[in-house]
Design a protein around this ligand. Sequence first.
Ligand code: FE
Length: 129
Amino acid sequence: MLSEFVKTADFKSEKHVPVIECADRVAAGQALGITVTVGKEIAHPNTTNHHIAWIALHYVPAGAKTSIEIGRCEFSAHGASVEGADKGPACTDSTLTIRAKLAASGTLYATAYCNIHGLWSSEKAVTVA
Ligand code: FE
């Protein structure tokens, strides 16, 4: 299973781990602002050859058997240009910001993909009251 290759760790010591930031509690139906960042404590490289390609955010309501994809962001600019690698004028930061209305308590799961070091994930519980 692909899940065997999804790594996790403490984001304070491992630069690939996505960090989910949002309120711990939210009212049902109220928009919850969620930000997912890779490299919050230790910067991850953002070069043509080594970068975070995308972040996806899933939500699993308590007791559910299936995750729901809340959203995803592809980071497409990594310094490439006709002048060559790392000579371009744009690099996308690896941050996803999104809002979602949740009807039940559950867990948010962030997955980030580094083009060299693969898949990394983290999770955060959210209480919906
Ligand atoms: Fe990496």
